[in-house]
Ligand binder design. Structure first.
Ligand code: PMP
Length: 455
């Protein structure tokens, strides 16, 4: 039913769009921000109001919202060859070139790439690869997947089962065989008097005990984000990946790095696994891989898994998996341009150059009596709100402190993300110091205002 009266963007948005990951009472009260375009790190709404997007969209728009080289790469490829698949022994030339480039920039001496449309699908694909290997190698019982509490791996039935967040219970998830071990967040989970090293060892022991209890030959793989992203920006505790990888190696269990957020520069190196000094067996990539200008994900297999999967596939003639748009030529052309911008066009250098200013701004805000800690790596960080800094006591959840901070920021033209009781920042790689100054000034004002209201 339609009436002829002009309706606001806001009511039109709500009338016909079913929202995901959106607090509906808050939208009912505050309305929907409908956006029309962007300039550099800013986005604009239908009323012309400008917002600095300190979350780079969803961590992905690392080159900002109007980069000509990415739009040109897409346009040129649309003109040349606008779409194709990667089935039946056919694929586009762009797909071939991107695979070579991804292997070249990976931490692996050799490897192979499989394409998806998203990070969730890339995690699903990797799990299916591990299940496929178990079957092909005479170990059909090797199906269990281990991840960490607080991790985020996606929303498909498998990747949501991997995600260590309680909200997935509304779907009756996780599926059987998806196990979770402790999150490496020392500030929150370290015990009284426990050193960070001892905390790491405790987590490694917990992992080993889980493997032994479940049966080592039932575990197909362990997935971890180098820095947990959507779980609240949690870098690993000291020595974490070294301790974990030693356990996994003892039982022949592959370590898969979910680099969907960290990959392509966010932590100051191409890969988060480089920043935290480990080499995984495979990498899950997405987001910055196309600077958010095309939906795309990838599994990048290291040499051993690539060879084993090749052998297993040849044994039954094919790996029966793939998406219509896997290896889409436009996505591949955009990704080649994005990787070039990041590695050769100064974006990664800029992440490194801006990191000291970012850290100083975070440290300054963390001086507030109601900020318990700041944490992060490169250009990603979180500020954790607490009611009592000494005891780390959180605010009562019904105060919705982080949501209030984020809403106050939005009112003042700054988009930032509330996650639990923390505020997450991950600005685009094209920012300048003055952009960061603007971000920190606006956030500081919002923190002062909201803490004065609730403290
Ligand atoms: N893994 C990680 C680490 C992520 O942060 C995300 C998305 N935020 C995903 C997987 C899922 O990616 P997508 O939303 O593209 O399916």
């Amino acid at each position: 039913m339609r009436d002829d009266a002009p309706r606001s963007w806001d009511s039109r948005a709500e009338a016909a769009t079913f929202y995901g990951f959106t607090d509906l009472p808050s939208v009912a009260q505050r309305g929907t921000v409908v956006l029309t375009h962007g300039e550099g790190p800013y986005v604009f709404d239908t009323a012309g109001k400008r917002y600095f997007d300190s979350n780079s969209g969803l961590w992905n728009m690392v080159a900002g919202f109007d980069h000509p080289k990415l739009a040109e790469a897409a346009k040129a490829q649309y003109d040349r060859f606008p779409g194709y698949h990667a089935f039946f022994g056919r694929m586009s030339d762009q797909t071939v070139m991107l695979s070579e480039r991804l292997v070249e920039v990976s931490p692996f001496a050799s490897g192979k790439v499989f394409y998806t449309n998203s990070g969730s699908e890339a995690n699903d694909t990797m799990v299916k690869m591990l299940w496929f290997l178990g079957g092909a190698e005479g170990q059909p019982q090797r199906r269990k997947i281990i991840t960490r509490w607080n991790s985020y791996h996606g929303v498909t039935a498998v990747s949501a089962s991997m995600t260590g967040k309680p909200y997935n219970s509304v779907f009756g998830l996780p599926l059987p065989g998806f196990l979770h071990v402790g999150s490496p967040h020392y500030w929150r989970f370290g015990q009284e008097g426990e050193t960070e090293e001892a905390f790491t060892q405790r987590l490694a022991h917990e992992l080993e005990a889980t493997i032994i209890k479940e049966g080592p030959d039932t575990i197909a793989g362990f997935f971890a984000e180098p820095v947990i992203g959507a779980g609240g920006v949690i870098p690993p505790s000291k020595g974490y990946f070294q301790a974990i990888q030693a356990v996994l190696k003892r039982y022949g269990i592959p370590l898969i790095a979910d680099e969907v957020i960290c990959g392509f520069g966010r932590t100051g190196n191409v890969w988060g696994s480089q920043t935290f000094d480990f080499v995984p067996d495979a990498i899950i990539a997405s987001k910055a891989m196309t600077a958010g200008y095309f939906p795309m994900g990838a599994v990048v297999l290291g040499p051993e898994l690539a060879q084993r999967l090749q052998n297993a596939s040849e044994a039954i003639e094919e790996f029966p998996h793939g998406f219509t748009a896997s290896g889409h030529p436009v996505g591949c052309a955009v990704s080649l341009a994005a990787i070039d911008l990041i590695l050769n066009g100064g974006l990664l250098d800029n992440v490194r150059a801006l990191t000291p200013r970012f850290e100083a701004g975070m440290a300054e805000l963390a001086g507030h009596a109601n900020i318990g800690e700041w944490r992060g790596a490169g250009l990603m960080g979180a500020l954790e709100a607490v009611q009592d800094k000494a005891t780390k006591t959180p605010f009562a959840s019904n105060l919705s402190v982080s949501e209030r901070i984020a809403n106050t920021c939005t009112d003042h033209g700054l988009i930032c993300r509330p996650l639990g009781q923390s505020i997450v920042l991950c600005p685009p790689f094209i920012c300048t110091e003055s952009h960061l100054d603007e971000m920190f000034e606006k956030l500081a004002a919002a923190l002062r205002q909201v803490f004065a209201e609730v403290a």
